[in-house]
Design a protein around this ligand. Sequence first.
Ligand code: GLY
Length: 379
Amino acid sequence: MKNKKIIIIGGGVIGLGLGWQLAKAGTSVSIYERDEAGRAASWAAAGMLAPLAEAHTEEPELLKLGCQSLARYPQWVAELEADAGMPIGYRMEGTLIVGLEPDDTHQLRHLYTSQQNLGLDVEWLTGRAARAIEPALSPRLTAAIRCESDHQVDNRLMVKALQRAYQKCGGALHENNAVEAIHIENGIATGIKTLAGEKHNGDVIVLSAGCESAQIQGLPDDLRPPVRPVKGQMLALQMEAGITVKNVIRTVRARYPTSVYLVPRTDGRLIVGATSEEMGFDTRLTAGGMFELLRGAWEAVPGVYELPLLETWTGLRPGSRDNAPILGETPVESLIYATGHYRNGILLTPITAYEIAKLILTGETSETIVRFRLERFLR
Ligand code: GLY
């Protein structure tokens, strides 16, 4: 496989992470990216590594995959920071899921019971105990769940590090070079055609184009990955003396449409997210979206009222039909999918990169990803 040519469609964290692993193993890799590498969902993300807080307990397979990927983060961070020569802001303070009124406490209690039934490492806290950990939290807090093993990484630093490591290992990155179609001949993927009309042959084609994955031409209709954009609006505040948090905070709001999360960065930014909207490829910010985020953040941490607003943005999550990623072989020979990571792209990057690289290098699909193949939607 080392002499073969791999083409990756999409230069987000998934494409870059996989490309880095393959280039490091000595294969010839080319990534084609429609814009600038890593500036779509990978850039918009909050970087939470939160299988416990983010995954639904009724999605046990996804939860397991998330926990497996989280377990590989320390190795991933050490390897990437060494190869890229830069830090990526991995932090291990944990996550607090908080409730602000009695209805929220009921919902939290329900979540806690489900988490306990799954044997997850979570702790029930009174509002007072949660405030002892994070004094900036509201005195209204009724209860909290502490997920100590849910960590975070600075996703924007990870994008930069992956790009650097990939290129240092010899990977070719073609930015502003969108792929229009995958070429399939007699059931075998043999190459791609770019929007600019160039044709490139490859021995393996990997589709990792996030929410654009279903737009690529050349695939039989039933084999298009069932991935759609799910819009998230976000904002960043600047933490100041007296109004700082260390843990990731998530709210449970039984009576409001939007629960929020607050993610403190080492550089003092406080990321607040996110709406979840089925609006197709619309990326506009709305007054309502910003209002819900600011209200949710202010209710949980009243001091945010005073903080400077640094940035607002939207991202499009690549949501699959069952919220889980689509990983591995497809019925088309030499065509591999690594897409549909939905709310968990940053968390699932290590397991995707390591396992898909292994698949390409050895031809074997591991037990870890076998149930996430496209095949599950074709039955
Ligand atoms: N993982 C956070 C989000 O999708 O909003």
